[in-house]
Design a protein around this ligand. Structure first.
Ligand code: MN
Length: 421
């Protein structure tokens, strides 16, 4: 699809994240009242769609859905409502729209708003669907001969995370305390993490529920997907190394999970779908991929030391995921586990095959052994004051579909987690 030209001039720039083709969903507040409203990004503005709906400029069957400070009610309305909203917004914002003079009043400059979590996160599950990451981490933790777990090529493996850990881009992330044990120590210690890390992931937002006790097919899972966010699964590697066997990560990944403020709807990325990579061993039939389930998204990571300049430390692509989100969700329901509207699915770290394409510092710095250059020094893991930013976009012809920034600054650990004021 070519660029859809908008009368919002800033939406027609080739290097902007938010052309008319995108229309990502967020929640914003402006001014002093703190009132949170649903908004859609267009160029360098937010369109107040809560206001549009209240004024009757949007007509959504069964609505109102946008008179709340989250997108869950609208997601629950289903795919027909999702398509209707995009069609109506496209008509209102297109060059030549007869309603420009009515819509203009509902535009707010992005520079003047505060962005909030765009949806109520029902539950959060984090998968491990990137083959290069699984191989790299497995090599470091268990050695090259046992790098890929025996189940990995047969099952999209994951763990049930905590919805309460999910925060929106811009939220500071406090370095956690935790129990660690070095190989040369006889007993564990409780201390601030010394190996605090990020993970570059894509998040998938479910807009439809499934029934408890009934698995969904891969195709049914695909139809339940509302959209995607960038996701940073902050990880304390020293805590993880001590706690992770046999039940997987627990406190190491419960400190925070940062997501981008904009949900890019599935329909906006329809032109950028690609198949998952070739199977190395055949999958059981229930996991077969009926259509191209992966996305072609350029992803990158910036690290900015406090007071310093940003260095891009990784560039990769979401085509590196071995399992699609639909395959992950299908597998998630095989037990009869129900999916809910507002569920967030993390893809697992997306690392490319090359060193500069690794999606975590654990891999980039190879477990602390190979420091990487950043402005004013080097890093093996994150230092206090570092800001970590994820970027992602699909490349169209003369435009791109972006997510905005997914950023968080690491702030120092509490001096004493047990002290009370
Ligand atoms: Mn992860």
């Amino acid at each position: 699809m070519p660029l859809l030209k908008s009368w919002v001039e800033s939406a027609n720039r080739a290097d902007g994240d938010f052309p008319l083709n995108n229309l990502p969903c967020g929640v914003f507040s402006a001014g002093d009242d703190g009132d949170r409203r649903c908004g859609v990004a267009i160029g360098d503005h937010v369109l107040d769609v809560s206001g549009l709906e209240a004024e009757g400029l949007l007509d959504l069957d069964g609505g109102p859905y946008l008179d709340v400070a989250f997108w869950n009610d609208f997601m629950d309305a289903g795919p027909a409502a999702w398509a209707s909203l995009r069609a109506q917004l496209t008509a209102l914002l297109r060059q030549g729209s007869t309603k420009q003079y009515l819509v203009e009043d509902h535009l707010v400059p992005l520079a003047e708003v505060t962005l909030h979590l765009p949806f109520i996160v029902a539950e959060f599950t984090d998968f491990y669907a990137g083959r290069n990451h699984a191989l790299n981490v497995g090599t470091m933790f268990r050695g090259p001969e046992n790098a890929l777990p025996p189940n990995w090529l047969h099952i999209p493996i994951g763990y049930n995370g905590r919805a309460s850990s999910v925060v929106v881009s811009g939220t500071p992330v406090r370095r956690p305390w935790g129990q660690v044990k070095g190989a040369d120590h006889a007993t564990p210690a409780f201390q601030p993490s010394r190996r605090f890390d990020f993970e570059l992931e894509l998040g998938c937002v479910l807009g439809q529920a499934s029934t408890h006790g009934r698995p969904v097919t891969v195709a049914e899972a695909e139809a339940m997907i509302f959209g995607y966010v960038l996701l940073n699964d902050w990880s304390a590697r020293d805590i993880q190394a001590w706690e992770y066997q046999p039940l997987g990560p627990f406190q190491a990944k419960a400190t925070a999970t940062t997501i981008s403020p904009w949900i890019v709807m599935k329909a906006a990325l329809a032109d950028f779908r690609i198949p998952t990579p070739p199977r190395e061993v055949p999958l059981l039939p229930y996991l077969a991929e009926p259509g191209p389930g992966n996305l072609n998204l350029a992803l990158s990571v910036g690290l900015t030391p406090q007071g310093g300049a940003e260095t891009v430390i990784s560039r990769t692509n979401s085509d590196q995921l071995y399992y699609s989100f639909a395959q992950q969700i299908c597998h998630h329901t095989t037990s009869g586990c129900a999916m809910s509207v507002g569920d967030l699915i993390g893809s697992g770290t997306i690392s490319g095959p090359d060193k500069g394409a690794r999606g975590s510092l654990l891999e980039l710095g190879w477990g602390g052994r190979e420091p990487i250059p950043v402005d004013g020094g080097t890093r093996t893991f994150l230092e206090d004051g570092d800001t970590l930013t994820l970027y992602g976009h699909a490349d169209g012809a003369g435009y791109r579909i972006g997510f905005g920034r997914c950023a968080g600054q690491v702030i120092p650990a509490l001096a004493d987690p047990w002290s009370r004021p």
